[in-house]
Ligand binder design. Sequence first.
Ligand SMILES: [Zn+2]
Length: 252
Amino acid sequence: MPAYATSAIVLRAVSYGEADRVVTLFGRTTGRVSALARGARKSQRRFAGGLGLGSVGEISVRERAGAELLTLESFDVTSSHASFGSDVARMAHAAYVSELVSKLCAPRQVEISVYDWLATTLELLDREGATAERLRVFELGLLGRLGFGPMVSSCAACGGERSGAGPVDYRWDPERGGAVCAACGRSGRPMREEVRATLVRLAETPLAEAAARTLAPDINRGCREALLEIVKQHISGPLHSLEFIAKLGGHP
Ligand SMILES: [Zn+2]
């Protein structure tokens, strides 16, 4: 049976039976795969320090005849992101970015630029803490890398831009691909100009600078809702990590 070795991020790990775990991994050169980690619940030795949500490491996985589930032979952790275990906000954000990647990428769909985007996000989250602004930059970058990025700087229907004659009255229409100008019809819902302009700015913001962009709560909420509508065009079912965050009493 073929085996693969690659860098990978743990998107999810659930207990399986008394001794094992089933791990969802995002491999840099394999895409999203699920693998059985035998003995992971009993022995700390084989997967030492690894298999926590958001951990990054070098994996070796092997195909199993006739089975969808791979076998995880080893996981050598390179970044365990220990702070996630002691800070519930960091953990919630790690769960959210991992779930977005897990739901937006099909199994075995190789997306190296998404892998690097997620790895950088987790690294910054570990080092600098959880911020809503970084999540917005992450969402925009993730959607863009997968070809789902919304049009925000010009009309998704006609390509028209804001002219010197005055602001174009944009609406937000995820089905048509983002912001739509008034001339292109009244579909979608009204969008505040500050929200659209903020999305334009965030789309050009590097992840490392995201935390320094302070958004007013109502602008952040407008951006979050607009981007979530785009995400929901491409996934089915609820985002469990958002329900978890809501239970914590906040929105990211
Ligand atoms: Zn238009």
